[in-house]
Design a binder for this molecule. Structure first.
Ligand code: ADP
Ligand code: F6P
Length: 521
């Protein structure tokens, strides 16, 4: 299928485009998102872990980032030049989408059908066949744009669940291309994934890639099991004559841009704002920062905070929770209900326990700028990262990167991919109210020495496995040129499973040993 629209934007800042062996990053979301505000086109940095994490990699490497600007093609017409020039500045190119496509491909199939299944939340209703058609059509459009811009020596790095058909579609158009796919979500047990009528088509799409990346080994294991269960691929027999390539599954947990956050913590404005946030109430400050998504466990977190106040009268009038929730996917299934639940809980807690002097929960329903984000991380006594299911969760890592004072406690859900690395956090199961309350209490009662020991462990992990190391490892495993990243190649060991090579790192990344063995307090 040929592209019905021509792409908006340009190939990138002067000089970069001409460099051989580029990495073409391909994702639904670009590093900037266009919105119409008061009749005018505004561009702002995109929210979400993929955009914030990959932005640093893309800035470091150059290359080209292909994605959607956030506006439908009709709305984008008005700001065509502004959008094109801003995207040009950041080395990006926009794939235009119509209103119908955004409704079916993004809000419909991606966010209302695929997202809940990938997070193993089968409570969300599945959607109709038209959404699937539009998902396919948009993936085809992306494939045309990629094929149009791909040059000899380039490699293609596709991201996330919106584009699961794309590896195969690019492979059909460019059989020799090096193609990587990184899935930023969890991958559920094979039986859960099999509930999607489109499961086999999606898996076939993914298997067009040379390298398929996941944040944790469990997700990779589930994917491999799904290939076996759903496609019935006999073990070690995947390679076909037509493809002559063998896709590999690679565990590669994403990190963050640590120096970026470290630099922000030193800014005087951030230090002042952190002090203002703490104020002079003298009680402990809990902080939560998330996209407003039902997978983030915000309602569970609030219920546990309410229970804590119920059980501990001494905290009333003192303890505070600041919950920042950035609006997200407001028209997709499940999001409005979740927002209502969260806001009703905030109102109930403040009504039950608040008074003229003290508001237990401060709820900010908006995006905050980097200074405020970092000030909140610095001000928190207890950082609450309690998703019921989350591919990785970069907020947990950002909090740690901002705490060079070696203080503050991270309460982290075992259901976040980050828990596989951040063992020195206070781990909890957000589905269990009592366990969440236990974790809150453990954080409040923790000695200063224990906080420091845990934070040191956490910081070591976050600093040594940052976003640059993540992309370097993925791209080296994918093969082809690796830009100007320095360092040794990871040593990979492989084994066969469902005809996929499953690669494990043996490059010295050892999970932090059970911190309790090194306990100092
Ligand atoms: P997800 O990708 O599901 O949104 P992550 O935790 O991996 O979850 O990444 C979220 C990213 O969005 C982080 O970089 C975080 O700093 C940012 N973010 C989350 N909430 C807000 C907010 N209210 N204001 C500004 N940035 C936010
Ligand atoms: O974590 C999954 C994810 O798709 C990220 O990759 C992305 O950054 C985030 O959710 C934000 O979602 P959206 O692009 O729908 O706003």
């Amino acid at each position: 299928m040929s592209a019905p629209h021509s792409p908006v934007g340009a190939v990138g800042p002067a000089g970069r485009a001409a460099a051989p062996g580029r990495t073409l990053i391909v994702s639904n979301r670009l590093p900037v998102t266009a919105r119409i505000v008061g009749g005018e086109v505004r561009l702002q940095e995109s929210d979400g872990g993929l955009a914030t994490g990959l932005r640093s990699v893309h800035e470091d490497q150059g290359g080209l980032w292909i994605g959607w600007s956030g506006l439908t093609d009709r709305a984008a017409l008005r700001g065509h030049h502004v959008i094109a020039s801003r995207l040009h500045d950041v080395g990006a190119l926009s794939v235009p989408l119509s209103e119908e496509e955004v409704a079916g491909y993004y809000r419909g199939f991606s966010n209302s059908a695929l997202w809940p299944v990938l997070h193993d939340c089968l409570r969300q209703p599945l959607v109709g066949g038209r959404d699937w058609e539009l998902y396919r059509a948009v993936n085809e459009r992306y494939a045309d744009v990629v094929a149009e811009h791909l040059r000899a020596g380039d490699r293609v790095w596709i991201h996330d669940f919106h584009l699961m058909l794309l590896p195969r579609l690019v492979r059909d158009r460019c059989p020799g291309a090096r193609i990587g796919l990184f899935l930023h979500t969890p991958f559920p047990p094979a039986e859960s994934f099999a509930t999607l009528p489109e499961a086999s088509a999606l898996l076939e799409g993914v298997l067009g890639a040379n390298l398929i990346g996941f944040h944790t080994r469990d997700y990779g294991r589930h994917f491999t099991a799904a290939v076996k269960l759903i496609l019935g691929r006999p073990t070690a027999n995947y390679e076909t004559e037509a493809d002559a390539h063998q896709p590999s599954v690679f565990t590669c947990p994403m990190g963050i841009d640590v120096p970026f956050f470290a630099a922000w913590t030193r800014k005087p404005a951030v230090i002042t704002e952190a002090a203002q946030i703490r104020g002079d109430c003298g009680g402990p400050l809990f902080v939560g920062i998330d996209r407003l998504d039902y997978t983030k466990g915000i309602a569970e977190r609030l219920r546990a905070f309410e229970r804590l106040l119920e059980l501990e009268p001494g905290l009333r009038g003192r303890a505070r929770l600041i919950q920042v929730a950035v609006p997200s996917r407001e028209d997709a299934s499940g999001y409005t209900e979740n927002r209502r639940t969260v806001e009703a809980l905030v109102a109930r807690i403040n009504h039950r326990y608040g008074d003229d002097e003290w508001t237990p929960v401060e709820y900010r329903y908006r995006r905050v700028d980097t200074a405020t984000l970092v000030a909140l991380y610095r001000a928190a006594d207890v950082m609450l990262v309690t998703p019921v299911c989350d591919g990785m969760n970069l907020v947990a890592k950002e909090f740690v990167a901002c705490r060079d004072d070696e203080d503050g406690v991270l309460v982290l859900s075992s259901w976040a991919g980050a828990a596989a690395e951040l063992h020195a956090a206070v781990l909890t199961d957000p589905n269990n109210l009592d366990d969440l309350v236990r974790a809150y209490r453990a954080a409040l009662e923790m000695s200063a020495v224990e906080r420091r020991v845990r934070m040191r462990h956490l910081r070591l992990t976050v600093e040594t496995h940052d976003v640059f190391q993540w992309s370097k490892r993925f791209l080296e495993a994918l093969g082809g040129p690796v830009g100007h990243f320095a360092g040794n190649k990871p040593r990979l060991t492989g084994r066969e499973s469902a005809g996929l090579r499953v690669l494990h790192e043996s490059d010295g990344h050892r999970p932090v040993a059970d911190w309790r063995r090194g306990r100092a307090g």
